[in-house]
Design a protein around this ligand. Structure first.
Ligand SMILES: [Zn+2]
Length: 492
């Protein structure tokens, strides 16, 4: 996620005066070109689509081999079928979820996160109501816990309990039916804009989201009190079916073929081999379909001029980020430029754009590597995707954090929930100070060696949920960099 900083209440809740100055400067530093020196370095990295460096950097210990390419998704990952049906006015979405899940530890229940019931999301008129939730292996009646959700809702977490402990390695299946009410337009995962023929609706994290992390267990952290991410979910083998008014176009995760125009509803279907979540946007989008480096890029916008401005920006973002971190992780990227303002929100192989800037374009595209492919707990370690997305943004645009950012107060590796209502502090410490720490760590390691090690980290942790210890292991060959990251509180 990236908020549009021009709309950010800069003076509020900041840790220091120096930080406030940093932000003001940062507002004006969106640039459209990297310095030639950076481009020269960039062009010397392996071409996208080619394998990552085939030999380990000389200083890599033999115990940490660098994989030659992205690790394959876990064959035991969950399998989920999601179906969403939008009403004619796009204000209501009926959904079903069929899940097949093989835990790597014994379980006594299934836990799902009900993101739509987050306080500020409900305040805009959104919510999810679960009507049925069942599972096999003698599962009992579903229950809900508040978990910080708006008190007028069912709660923030859905639980399906089992009568007896289900052993590790047992496949359980669950079926859930639910209804989402889509509220007013705002910078959020849910919203609705316009009226008559020009109305749009979007949902992200609409379904009850399985909250399991292999090797960790259930993530039952509370929903947060501001608009940001706080989910932790595994990359799942995902099938997505969306039914929407036939005159509209659906822009969603995966790469659905548009069904033939027909009266009544139309149905869009996609399958994503490994996706932690999905987004869906519906409306009379002006659409562009292009192919960049083998990736099908679909950009839908509420006005043709906005579409035409965004297409080259996304093409460039895909190319330049791929040159840095490896081939684009998905066969397709679907972008919905919505008639609302505030920033951007990333989903696996899809992006909700409530902004048209290059900064947000690159930031959200960078999340396709850091969050969508190399996952993290957005609840407990949000810096592992947000600081990395800012870092990636700066690398491709030849920017860096403002001086003093790294020295500002704040512990980079902190849970999102721990910030309470302090939204600006969360954004500053997690995004900016985190990126400043990565940039300084890179500088003291030496950029070429650091960049090679970063590729190893990405390859090794692809399609997994990475933790700070994984990043530390990837970078332990650079003790001075580890010291920088530790001092910033990014590593323990
Ligand atoms: Zn972000």
């Amino acid at each position: 996620m990236r908020r549009d900083r021009r709309r950010r209440p800069i003076a509020a809740a900041l840790a220091s005066g120096a930080a406030a100055i940093t932000l003001l400067v940062a507002c004006t530093t969106v640039t459209n070109g990297a310095p030639s020196s950076l481009r020269a370095r960039s062009s010397s990295t392996p071409a996208p689509g080619s394998a990552a460096p085939s030999s380990s950097p000389p200083s890599t210990p033999p115990t940490s081999p660098c994989p030659a390419a992205y690790a394959a998704p876990d064959p035991k990952r969950p399998k989920v079928s999601l179906a969403f049906t939008f009403s004619a006015d796009l204000a209501t979405v009926r959904g079903t979820e069929h899940l097949s899940f093989t835990p790597d530890k014994p379980i006594t229940e299934l836990i799902f996160r009900l993101t739509a019931n987050t306080l500020p999301t409900v305040a805009e008129g959104n919510r999810i109501v679960v009507s049925t939730a069942t599972a096999d292996h003698g599962a009992g009646r579903a229950t809900f816990t508040a978990a910080g959700a708006d008190p007028s809702t069912q709660g923030g977490l859905l639980h399906i309990p089992f009568a007896q402990k289900v052993p590790a390695g047992t496949t359980v299946t669950a079926d859930i039916a639910f209804t989402i009410t889509v509220g007013a337009e705002s910078f959020d995962r849910f919203g609705r804009s316009g009226d008559g023929a020009q109305r749009y609706s979007w949902i992200g994290s609409g379904q009850p989201l399985l909250a399991w992390e292999r090797g960790f267990g259930w993530h039952d952290e509370e929903l947060i009190r501001f608009t940001a991410e706080s989910a932790s979910s595994e990359a799942m083998d995902t099938t997505l079916t969306v039914t929407a008014p036939g005159k509209d176009t659906v822009i969603m995760s995966g790469n659905p073929k548009d069904p033939p125009v027909a009266p009544g509803n139309r149905v869009w279907r996609s399958r994503i081999a490994a996706a932690r979540d999905v987004s869906v946007a519906v409306g009379p989008f002006a659409v562009s379909d292009t192919v960049v480096q083998g990736v099908h890029l679909r950009v839908g916008a509420y006005a043709p001029a906005l579409r035409d401005a965004l297409v080259p920006e996304f093409q460039r973002a895909i190319k330049e980020l791929a040159a840095r971190f490896g081939p684009f992780p998905f066969p397709s990227l679907s972008v919905a430029r919505l008639p609302a303002q505030g920033g951007g929100i990333e989903y696996p192989s899809s992006i909700l754009m409530l902004d048209g800037s290059r900064l947000v374009t690159v930031h959200e595209t960078a999340h396709q590597w850091f969050y969508a492919m190399v996952g993290d707990s957005q609840a407990l370690h949000p810096w592992l995707d947000e600081a990395f997305a800012v870092y990636a943004q700066h690398l491709v645009d030849g920017e860096s954090e403002q001086p003093g950012t790294l020295q500002s107060p704040g512990t980079v590796d902190k849970s999102t929930e721990s910030y309470g209502d302090e939204v600006d502090t969360y954004y500053f410490v997690t995004y900016d100070k985190g990126a400043a720490a990565l940039e300084e760590a890179r500088a003291v390691a030496g950029a070429p060696k650091w960049d090679a090690a970063m590729r190893c980290y990405v390859n090794k942790n692809a399609w997994r949920v990475a933790n700070p210890s994984d990043f530390e292991a990837a970078m332990k060959q650079f003790p001075k960099s580890i010291a920088v990251l530790t001092l910033a509180g990014a590593l323990p």
